[in-house]
Design a protein around this ligand. Structure first.
Ligand code: CP
Length: 303
């Protein structure tokens, strides 16, 4: 079994991961945080794009479950000598890892690797494709805070067109019964998306998930004046006041303070779930690693 996209997960798998993640979240707050169910297994991280949250949370998750964790130093690897991704995948496979966690700049790269290896492959973000474990941790964060996902209104705002986070979240949250609204600069909306202003999307929402501004693609929308994007499309205190009572701020990170989000709003512990998302990232990845390696351990898995 691989975890390549939200579609690759059955409803039962999603329910089990979300439920187990809550248990691991509590476990991770306990004094002794080591479990041994992955003893003797090797988890290999191969990140071809930068990451802080996803890479470290997979490393911590695998360590807490007792696995041996190896993180490929891509900059020091033979990729730099021209070795293809396919030959790299065959080479990694010959070292007999029990799961490969891959982030890559090309959508579909994790699926290509999965076709060449004998172990589980987890997509940790592939270009403008998907970021399924981010969506799972976002859903688990909503579940923990609100006690439910069904019936929530979630506004996802920013660069929707290029966002793998938006794509995975929309697919997962809608499947779980949330009303998902997408909004952003018109040029950064996917073809055929319903036109909605950020103000309209935020109005009455239970959660507002801002996306990182990808500066390299946004020269026109950013404008010349500092703060122009924030005023027009970002999450200011004034705009967040349009959200529903008890509404919460989310962001997958990294954040651009003063660009897509007011820094003080991101830091407001009464209103922001951003650091809970990070904490939940470890828990969700523990649930995913448990589920995906269960077959190798001769178990059905607790997730
Ligand atoms: N949310 C997320 O994927 O962050 P990183 O790029 O730091 O892993």
């Amino acid at each position: 079994m691989h975890l390549l996209s939200i579609e690759s997960l059955s409803d039962d798998h999603i329910a089990a991961i979300l439920s187990e993640a809550q248990r691991w979240f509590d476990f991770n707050r306990s004094a002794r945080r080591n479990d041994h169910r992955l003893d003797g297994l090797t988890i290999l991280n191969a990140f071809f794009e930068n990451s802080t949250r996803t890479l470290l949370s997979f490393e911590i998750a695998a360590n807490r479950l007792g696995a041996q964790v190896v993180t490929m130093q891509v900059e020091m690897s033979s990729i730099k000598k021209g070795e293809t991704l396919e030959d790299t995948a065959r080479t990694l496979n010959a070292m007999r890892p029990d799961a490969v966690v891959i982030r890559h700049g090309r959508a579909g790269a994790p699926a290509d690797v999965a076709a060449l290896v004998d172990c589980a492959v987890i997509n940790a973000g592939d270009g403008t494709g998907e970021h399924p474990t981010q969506a799972l941790l976002d859903a688990a964060t909503l579940q923990r805070h609100f006690g439910r996902i069904k019936g929530l209104t979630v506004a996802i705002c920013g660069d929707i067109r290029h966002s793998r986070v938006a794509r995975s979240n929309a697919r997962l949250l809608e499947r779980l019964g949330a009303d998902v609204r997408l909004a952003g600069p018109p040029s950064l909306m996917p073809d055929g998306a319903t036109a909605m202003t950020v103000d309209e999307a935020v109005s009455g929402a239970d959660a507002v998930m801002m996306l990182r501004v990808q500066r390299e693609r946004l020269e026109d929308e950013l404008g010349d004046a500092p703060g122009e994007f924030l005023d027009r499309y970002g999450l200011t205190r004034e705009r967040f006041a349009l959200a529903g009572p008890g509404a919460m701020v989310m962001h997958p990170g990294p954040i651009n303070r003063g660009v897509e989000i007011d820094g003080a709003l991101a830091d407001d512990s009464e209103r922001s779930l951003i650091l809970t998302q990070v904490e939940m990232g470890v828990a969700v990845r523990m649930a995913c690693l448990d589920l995906l390696t269960a077959g190798r351990r001769g178990e059905t898995g607790s997730a």
